[in-house]
Write a protein that binds this ligand. Structure first.
Ligand SMILES: [Zn+2]
Ligand SMILES: [Zn+2]
Length: 98
């Protein structure tokens, strides 16, 4: 299963740590602090072959650690939908299509 590659293993954990160093713990979905999960900008369910890249993830709240401010489980709520934040910050324009 290509999916599990992004949820387990040392490369993923290292990328996740780098991601938190780069972006802090501010959730990219609700913009509150305290995010504890790495959320892929392009869901692994859409592109399971994407490289494990800290720049392709953003901090988000998830089912295991809901937002202490607004109570949302941002990562889970978003599901596999596209990101609608203007602050992608990557050189790659994932959703430039029509
Ligand atoms: Zn959040
Ligand atoms: Zn929040």
């Amino acid at each position: 299963m290509p999916r599990s590659r992004h949820r387990a293993g040392r490369p993923y954990r290292r990328a996740r740590e780098q991601m938190f160093q780069l972006y802090g713990d501010t959730c990219h979905i609700c913009l509150h602090p305290g995010a504890g999960e790495a959320d892929h900008l392009v869901p692994v369910s859409i592109d399971g072959a994407q490289p494990i890249d800290p720049h392709a993830m953003r901090p988000a709240h998830g089912a295991n650690a809901p937002c202490p401010t607004c109570g949302r489980k941002c990562n889970t709520e978003r599901g596999a939908g596209p990101v609608r934040t203007p602050d992608l910050g990557t050189s790659r324009d994932w959703y430039a299509g029509p």
